[in-house]
Write a protein that binds this ligand. Structure first.
Ligand code: NDP
Length: 296
């Protein structure tokens, strides 16, 4: 059997960013509306800093208004909530993203709940989760939406396909399952208590791995020809013992890519797959929020 086709996240992310840039230009020209994104970072976690910088740069590159608030790691809950309240009321801001994880003394749930659902471009407010589950228009989490774009661009019509989502987090697994259901797939959600996970995975025409365990899903868990979307981002030591001894790490997914590629029909690489879609979808969500807030 031929090797799986690679789903190159770079191509689809670039295309989506170009579409967003065109839409931003159109909104500015036709309605004087410039979508605005505010990103809030509390503390100095290096990974979060990289994500936040990337979000700021990409939003400026597509012509949006972009603001980044960097708060010290010991910021009090009420000060963070006050900032969220100000952003909720700011007419220049249409999307608010508070970078997770927050320092341990802050209550993430309370902060997410304080964001106006209409500006919740991360799609994590319970109102948006409820709208998504009810099949009504919602701001939807970015990574799941990115997975759906990749699937629709490659597989095409998903109607009637068997989809298995491994992982049931609020951030990834659950919203992806909802989106697959909306696309008329027959959906199974698997998790750490699922019995005979390999057999469940083998039934999937579409297999989504959102687990956070390096290379857990093996080649012989995959149905020949299936589309495999690997959401996992895991840091592991290099295979080369010299590099590993020097403490160097690399990023791998939840799927054993080398073996899976021999069986699957399509597969996303890690890095270079789903991860690249997330920021592009965030920009798209900000445009969606701006249009809805403006009644367009
Ligand atoms: P969570 O840790 O919140 O959830 C992991 C899920 O995997 C849980 O539902 C858990 O089950 C399930 N799980 C854990 N171990 C097993 C197992 N042995 N067998 C079956 N299921 C298992 O992670 P997230 O959903 O937030 O993230 C998942 C992965 O996606 C991570 O690698 C993360 O880094 C990556 N990620 C990538 C993004 C991107 O590309 N931009 C964005 C967000 C996440 P249970 O509920 O039973 O505990």
């Amino acid at each position: 059997m031929a090797e799986a086709k690679l789903i190159d996240g770079k191509i689809y992310a670039e295309r989506l960013r170009a579409q967003v840039a065109a839409e931003v230009a159109q909104l500015r020209a036709d309605h004087g509306l410039q979508p605005g994104l505010a990103v809030v970072l509390v503390g100095d976690d290096p990974a979060s800093e990289i994500y936040v910088r990337s979000k700021g740069e990409h939003s400026l590159a597509v012509g949006m208004h972009s603001v980044t608030h960097r708060l010290p790691g010991d910021t009090a809950q009420h000060d963070l909530l006050r900032l969220v309240g100000e952003l909720n009321a700011d007419p220049q801001i249409h999307g608010i993203l508070v970078q997770m994880p927050l320092p341990a003394h802050l209550d993430e749930r309370a902060v997410l709940s304080a964001i106006s659902p209409d500006k919740d471009v991360d799609g994590l407010h319970v109102v948006n989760a409820g709208r998504l589950a009810s099949g009504i228009p919602a701001l939807t989490p970015c990574t799941p939406l990115g997975c759906m774009i990749l699937l629709k661009e490659t597989v095409g019509d998903l109607t009637g396909l068997r989809a298995v989502v491994v992982g049931r987090s609020v951030l990834v697994g659950r919203p992806i399952a909802q989106l697959l259901l909306q696309a008329d797939c027959t959906v199974t959600i698997a998790h750490s208590r699922t019995r005979d996970l390999a057999a469940v995975c083998r039934e999937a025409d579409i297999l989504i791995a959102a687990v956070g365990r390096p290379r857990m899903i093996k080649g012989d868990w995959i149905k020949p020809g299936a589309a495999v979307i690997d959401v996992g981002i895991n840091r592991v030591p290099f295979d080369d013992p010299e590099k590993a001894a020097a403490g160097r790490t690399k990023v791998v997914g939840d799927v054993d890519f080398k073996d899976a590629r021999q069986v699957a029909g399509w597969i996303t690489p890690v890095p270079g797959g789903v991860g690249l879609m997330t920021v592009a979808v965030l920009l798209q969500n900000t445009v969606t929020a701006a249009k809805r807030l403006a009644g367009l």
